[in-house]
Structure formats: C-alpha cells, structure tokens
Write a protein that binds this ligand. Structure first.
Ligand SMILES: Nc1ncnc2c1ncn2[C@@H]1O[C@H](COP(=O)(O)OP(=O)(O)OP(=O)(O)O)[C@@H](O)[C@H]1O
Length: 353
C-alpha cells in the first residue's frame, strides 16, 4: 500500500491531497493546473511538502511529524517523463543498464526490447524510446515508478503501439506505478486505481471502473470522458462479420474487430454519451447491444445533461441523456430499463487488456 498525505502551498495554490493506493497502476487524473505534477514531484522528493506523510509499504519517504525526508536518490523511485531523455551516444543496451540491471531479462522481454539492444536512440521511434526509458527506470529496481504524461508527446498510432507494453508491465511486474494523464482512454485501459484531482484536492478516488461510472464524476472528468470501464471475456468471434462477442456480468456485448482469442480478458470503456436508454425492450433496431439494466442514480447537473447510473449484473454503467429525455421518460432510481450501446461507439482506444 502506498500512502500519500501532502499539504503544500505553492504561491496562491494549495495542494492538499490524501489517498492510499494499492498495487497496480494508480492514475492521477485532473485538469491542467489541478496539481498532478506537484503531487508526483513531492513523492519523488523534488518538492518538499509543508506537512504530511509519504510511505511506500513500510518505507517512509517523508514524514513531517518525525522530520523524515529522504533525498530523491535514496527513495528508490523511477521517473519516466514525457520525453525519454536517453543518452544519445549510448546504445539501447547501455542506456538500459546505466543505473542497474535488475531483472534485466524479464524487463527486456516484457517491454519487447530484445531486437533494439544494439541500436542508438536517434534511430528509434518515439514509442520505442519511451519503452527504453521505462526499461531503464525499472532496471534500477525502484519500489515505485512515476510516469508523468509519458505518452503525451506521441501521436495516436505510437500511443497504440506502446499501451499493450504498459498493460503487460502492470500485469507481470510487481512495481507499483503512479501514472499521470489527462487522457481518459489511457486511464481506463491502464489504471487499477483512479485518483481525480481538482484544484489541489482529491475529488474522487477508488477502483477505476467505480470512479468513472459514478454520476458525480462526470463534471470532474468532463462529459465526453465519463463512462464505465468493464472487464469482459471473449465469448465468441464472428470472423465473417469481423465482430467479437464479449461476456460480462450484465450480459453480452458485440464489438467491431477481432479483439483476441476465446476466453481472453478484455477491458472495455463505454462512454456515457454513447449509451441510449429505453423504457421498453426495443424492436427493429440496428444496434447490436441491448442490455437490461436497473437505474441506481439520476444526477441532474446545471447543464442540459443528466447522468444516469445503471447496474448491469454486477457491473456499473453510466449514461448521459438530456434533461428533457430524463423527465419525459420519468427516469427514477430502481426502475428497470434497457441500455442500448452501438457496437461502433467503443473505439479501439477504449479496448485494452
Ligand atoms: N513553484 C510554484 N510557485 C507558485 N505556483 C506554483 C508553483 N508550482 C506550481 N504552481 C501552481 O500550482 C498549480 C498546480 O500545478 P501542477 O503543475 O502541479 O499542475 P498539473 O495538474 O500537473 O498541470 P498540467 O496538467 O498543466 O501539467 C498551478 O496552478 C501552478 O501554477
């Protein structure tokens, strides 16, 4: 468990953050200026809090009560920035092992670096460079890895290339990761835990699927970003039609593309704005996915949209409808209705492992 409890005044800005993060990837998400970088800098030891406590398991990195403040180089923290910052005159192999060679063979395997070892950084793509930077950070045997917008400088195809490697890292390497991002698809794919910052405070914190599907989260993450994250298993592959059938606790979903092998676990983000609600089972509809659901929340905001929390089996879904529709349909907590999800609403960037 990682404990973060930080108070820090930065000019007119007050950072006041408390949360506990279990193993896995903890995404730190929030608008520009919400305090994400200040938070990870405090964890790295680059910014000294006015008060608080930071601990990774039993290792205390900072504690104002006992006046402990480990210098950055003693914190055993790996830091991966937006730009890879590799040594240009060294091969990938030498870059990787510059600070240590902990678990080298496995890190090279998980990050798919084997064929790049003799190359120089100048000849690598942006995504490959970031994988080398990640590998180098891991070979120093950190107890925590901090990644501050590591994919922000990459274009969409390079991002798509590197995400599966970070997913493998999350699933196969023990090192916990703090991952700063303002891209919700990235967060939905990678995060185990999500911490949403708002003006220096923790506005929401918990398992990523729970936080993103809460109606209250919608104003914080933005209406386009809000939506459920569900874990599914591949139940069928309709090869002729190029579709994949996914099973989850709430039923079945059919999505475009052949997404993996039978039985494989797939994580899917379903944007709230792409869920349509119907009070009766629809007939003669082109959409492939019609799920029976029960309303758990109806949250009227200040704008024209209403966030509707839904229970589908053991999973939470989220829909955004207009105030007018919510009133006309008389939507109320406990009501059993149908959620309709267009197969093409879930983009490739919303599907992970
Ligand atoms: N040394 C400082 N002195 C005064 N204000 C500061 C200082 N460092 C940061 N701030 C302010 O603290 C706030 C949080 O900054 P921070 O960089 O942590 O946000 P962020 O969420 O990482 O933003 P972005 O996504 O744009 O990188 C901002 O308003 C910033 O201007």
């Amino acid at each position: 468990m990682i404990t973060v409890d930080i108070q820090k005044r930065l000019g007119a800005f007050q950072l006041d953050v408390q949360f506990e993060a279990p193993k896995g990837v903890t995404a730190i998400f929030g608008r520009s200026g919400s305090g994400k970088t200040s938070l990870v800098n405090a964890v790295a030891g680059l910014l000294r809090p006015d008060a608080g406590r930071i601990a990774v398991g039993d290792a205390v990195l900072f504690d104002s009560a006992t006046r402990q403040n480990l210098p950055p180089y003693k914190r055993r923290i790996g830091y991966v920035f937006q730009d890879a910052r590799l040594f240009p005159h060294m091969t990938v192999q030498r870059n990787l092992t510059y600070g240590g060679d902990h678990d080298a063979a496995r890190v090279i395997d998980v990050l798919g670096l084997g064929h790049l070892l003799d190359r120089m950084p100048a000849g690598l793509s942006g995504g490959e460079r970031q994988r080398v930077a990640l590998g180098r950070a891991l070979m120093c045997d950190p107890q925590l890895l901090l990644m501050d917008e590591p994919l922000a400088a990459l274009d969409a195809p390079r991002k798509a290339d590197i995400l599966p490697f970070i997913e493998r890292l999350r699933d196969e390497v023990e090192t916990p990761i703090f991952y700063v991002s303002h891209d919700v698809s990235e967060v939905a794919r990678l995060a185990t835990t999500l911490v949403v910052l708002d003006e220096g405070h923790v506005a929401a914190c918990g398992p990523v699927g729970t936080v993103l599907s809460q109606p209250e989260t919608m104003p914080l993450v933005g209406v386009r970003a809000a939506g459920a994250v569900i874990t599914t298993k591949i139940a069928g592959r309709l090869l002729d039609d190029g579709l994949t059938e996914l099973a989850f606790s709430g039923g079945r979903l059919v999505l475009p593309g052949i997404l993996g092998v039978l039985g494989q676990t797939i994580r899917v983000r379903i944007p709230a704005q792409d869920v349509i609600l119907a009070t009766e089972a629809p007939k003669g509809l082109s959409a492939l996915n019609v799920l029976p659901v029960q309303i758990t929340r109806v949250e009227f905001g200040r704008g024209p949209g209403v966030a509707v929390g839904l229970r589908a089996g053991d999973d939470d879904l989220l829909a955004r409808v207009t105030r007018r529709s919510a009133l006309r349909m008389n939507l109320a907590v406990g009501q059993k209705i149908y959620a309709i999800i267009k197969a093409t609403a879930v983009g490739p960037e919303d599907i992970g492992q």
